[in-house]
Structure formats: C-alpha cells, structure tokens
Design a protein around this ligand. Sequence first.
Ligand code: PMV
Length: 360
Amino acid sequence: MGQETFVYEFVGKKLTEGSFQWSAPSNIALVKYWGKREGQIPANPSLSFTLTHCKTITRLDFQLKEISGISFDLFFDGQSKEEFKPKIQKFFERIRPYCPYIDDYHFVIHTHNTFPHSSGIASSASGMAALAVNLMQLEQGLNPQMDANYFNQKASFLARLGSGSACRSISGAVVVWGAHSEIAASSDYYGVPFDGALHPIFQDFQDVILLVDKGEKKVSSTVGHDLMHQHPFAQQRFEQAPANLSRLKTALETGDLEAFIAIVESEALTLHAMMMTSMPYFILMKPQTLQIIEHIWSFRSQFQIPVCFTLDAGANVHLLFPKAHKTRVMEFVQEVLAPWCQQQHFIADEMGFGAQKIDL
Ligand code: PMV
C-alpha cells in the first residue's frame, strides 16, 4: 500500500468534542533499525518484540474550533510541559497532509509513562504510538466505515512519522517494519505483525531491562541515524540486516534458540559497532554494560540456560529468555546483575501485544 492510501478524505461527519484514552507499549528491536532516508524511511528492515509493562498512557481531549491550525496543550504527569511541545508540533505538521482534520480541533494531551522518566528507556516509541492511536480513534469517529486493519496500519504509519521505531508499537507481539521479500505485506511505511508461526518457546519471552544509566543519552538517535549517511560500513550493514532478518525468521519459526541468541547478540553489538565507527565516533555503552554482558555469557555457559542480551541506543541491557527459566534467571538478576545497575534498578517486562484502548 502506498502513502496516498493514508490521506484522509472528508466523509461528511464532524465530531464537536470528546476524549479518548489509549496505552501503547515500548518495543525492543532484535534486528536493528539504524540509518534512514528522507521521510522516515528505514535504510533496512527491522524486527522487534512488543513489551507489556513499559508503556505510555495518553488521553486526548478534542474540541472543534473556529480558526484552522495546529493547536494543543500538553501535560506530562499532570504538569504542563512546554519543552516537549516542539516535538509534538513537528509530529502534527508531518501528519497534517494525511490527517487534515487536526487543523479543525484544539487538543489537550495528558500523557504519562509507566516506567520512570529518567530510566534511560526511550519513551518516544510508546509516546508517539499512544498519540497516533488516539488520533486514529478520532479519525474513526469521522469515518465510521474504517476497518481494524486500516486503523492499525495508519496508526503505525503516523507513529513512524513521529519516531521511526514507534511504528512497531501498535499491534502484534513480533513486528516487522521495512520491506522484506520474505515477510508478507511488509512495508517501509508501517509495521506489520510477523506473519510466521511463532514457535511456542518464543510466545511468552521475558525481557528484564537492566538500568545501567538512567541519564539522558549523550548522542540522540536522530544524530546516530544521520551519521550512517557517510558511514564507511553502511552498505554492508544495510545488506546484513535483511539477511539477519531472514535467519531470525527461521529461528523464530523452528524454535532454534541457539541461532536466535547468535543473531540477536550480534545485532546488538553491530548497532554499537556502527556508533563506534561513525565519524564523529561515540560510545553509549558503559563499563557496567560490558560487565553485565560478561556475566550473561558466563551464566549461559555454566548453567546451559538460554539467556541472551540485546542493547538499545544506550547503556541499558535487555536480558531476554523463555518464561520457563524465569525463577532461576530472576535469582541471577537479583544476585549478580542488579549490583551493576544504577541503584540496583531493573524492570522485569515481557512480550505483549500492542496498543490498547482504555475506557474513560
Ligand atoms: O526510533 P528511533 O529514531 O529512536 O530509532 C531507534 C533505533 C534503535 O532503537 C537503536 C533500534 C530500533 O530498531 O529500535
């Protein structure tokens, strides 16, 4: 489906006012998106697990107004947040060609995250996804014939325009974003649920997020993506990622944990290798990140328990494992890994299914 499918055409109904509320989760990429083209088009396809507990909850109040134009108030944790407004203003400007009705309303946005603000966990994916689904709920009110498939695709399409990885936080437990020949209906414009038969071993996967550094990132993802433009290894990376996605697809379908671990850890280290070999170069890992990785490797080889790690664009470590091993792995987390975390903090999360409407 091309982008023109997502241009809203007036169907004759106007809502005067109302409120909606949605939650949208964070997601963790296993095959990483790092590098993009104009218009938030990813340089390579990516695949993620959707999370459950790390999420943003957003209420959208809307009221029809006389003067056309983008107009909104923003509250984060109940407080007016001027510093977050430029990002939302930019998002509204980007989605305006597809959602011209936003000019007709004044919006009041109340948003909060279930994870601590300063946890080093990016809230842009869940935040943009939560706002996008609310706007789609409004659009559905204007166009009641809309089906669920279009709702999810356009919500993902809009979320992508806010923050690329946000398009993987709308629906599905495993989501692919970016055109890939082996993933049916995959697109550069929105995320689609993984179409393979997920092996039971992966169906309730756990993700313990080890909070190594809760501060703001020194280099933003936007800058990191941009540095892939003149990157000496970019071309190889953009060929490697789809090949890794093909191999991961097979592993997810066959339950091949060994292959899964090798691909996922290699993807995480490759992401950081890209950062370290950019010009200017930068390092987001901390000494504790490496300590934790070493401990994960020792634990896996000593006890033959299939745990592995992945990394986001930051120092925190995501520890991934099948639910069957939860009791033993959580002991390991408490005793061995937590001491390497800032204030011993970690978040135990697990695979989830995407955005959810919350009745008001
Ligand atoms: O969505 P962005 O622009 O914040 O980029 C996210 C990039 C990574 O989190 C590092 C990888 C990914 O695929 O989510």
